[in-house]
Design a protein around this ligand. Sequence first.
Ligand SMILES: [Zn+2]
Length: 474
Amino acid sequence: MCDKPDLTKIINSKSKDFTDLSDQIWDRPELNYEEYFACDAHTSLLEKEGFHVTRGVAGIPTAVMGEAGTEGPIIAILGEYDALPGLSQEAGIAVQKPVIDGGKGHGCGHNLLGAGSLLAAAAVKDYLAANGIKGRVRYYGCPAEEGGSSKGFMVRAGAFENVDIAICWHPAPFTGVNNPISLACNEIIFKFTGRAAHASACPHLGRSALDAVEIMNVGVNYMREHMPSTARIHYAVTDTGGHAPNVVQAKAAVRYLIRARTLPELLELSDRVRDIAKGAALITGTSVTHEVVSGDANLVGNTPLEALMHKQLMKLGPIQFDDADRATAAEFQKTYTKADIAASFERFGLKPQAGLSLCDLIFPPNSGDGTLVGSTDVGTVSWVVPTVQIRSTTYAIGTPGHSWQLVAQGKLPAAHKGMVYAANAMASLAIELLNNPNEISLAKADFSERLADTPFVNPIPDDVFPPLPEKANA
Ligand SMILES: [Zn+2]
C-alpha cells in the first residue's frame, strides 16, 4: 500500500480554502496579541473542518486549539499569524509601496505559517479517519510570536502537557529540515528613578536617572568582552526623562534584549545585566526596578525526528516552481545587494549559485554553522515536547527577513506552493509517526537524553503575564 498519493490528494483538494485563509490574513495584518481577525478565521475553519475547538488557550483571547481523532498519541502542529509594524506594502510588486504609510505587514510570512499548519492538521485528521488509524492531531493557533512569547505562556499554562510530538514550519528562502539552533532570550525593562532639580541653580540636589541609563549601557558594553561570543545584547532607551537639558531627569528607562545559546547561559547573563543596573543606580544615587516582558528558550534538536522529517522531504522532492515564479523572484532579487543574496545561501550552508532566484533543492540536515541566528518561542515548546521544524521556500533567495520585499511576496503563487508543500511534509511526518509508534519512542528517548542534566526553567517568570491589549478585557 502506498499512502503518499492519498495524503497528497487530500491536501490538494483542501488547499484552496487554506491559501484563501492565508491571503485574508495577509490583507488584515494584526500585531501581537491583537490577532482577533486571524484567530477568528482560523477558529471558523477549524470548526468547518470538524475539529473540537478550545478558544482562549492559556487565557489568551487570540490563542486557539483544535483537536481531532480518538485515542493514541497526540501530534501537535503549531501555527502563527501575527504581523509586524511599519511594513505595509502592496502585494506582488518589486517596488516599495505601502498600502498605508507606517502600517502593518506580514514581514515574516506568518499568514502562510498559520494557514499551512492548519492545512496539515486538517489533512492528517481526514487521513486518520479514512484509514482507521488511532491517533490524535491538534492544531495550535499561537499568537504573538514577534516579541510576545505566547508559546512560553502556553507552556506555563500546561497547554502542551499531554502532547507527544510537536511539528512546525517557517516560510524561508530554502527548503529543508530546520537546523535546531536559536538563541534563548529575555526582554527586560529597567526603570530608574532619581530626583529632579534645576540643572544649573542646584545640580547638587538632583540625581539623574538618565545618567544611570547611560552608565548601565556603558557597563553592559564593557561586559561584552567577557561573555560568550555567541551571546547577543541589544538595547533601546525608551524614556530619556524628558526633553529639557536644564532639568535633571528624574526618570528614565531602557529596554534590554538579552540572547544566549542556552537557557542556563541566558539566566546567568540576565543576572549579570541586572547587577550592572544595580551598580548604575548605586553610582548615580538613583533606584532601579526591572521587569521581564518576554522570554524564549533556545531550540532543542531531536535527531530521530529530524532524520524522519528529512526522509519525508526527500520522498516529496523539491517544490515545483514554474518559470513565471522564477521570473517574479528574479525581479525581487534586483532590489537586493550581492551580499544579501550570498548571505542567504551561506546561512543555509550552501554555496552561492548565480542565477538561482527560487530554491529548487532540499538542503541537507544541520546545514549552516548557526552563528547568525535569532530567537523563536517554538524554542520553549521544544523543552517540554520533542519538536521538529522545517523551512519551506516561499520567497526569493536573498530576501531580507522582516522586509517590505518579504511582505510583497506573501500572496504570490510561489508562496502558496511553499505553504502547501510545508503542509504536505508536516502531515506526512505526523502520519509516519502515528503509523510507527516506535518512532515516537525514539524521539522521546532522544529528548530525555538531551535534557537529562538540565531542568527546564521557563524564561518567563511566574508573575509575568501576556501584555494583552485593552480590547481583550472588553
Ligand atoms: Zn517568523
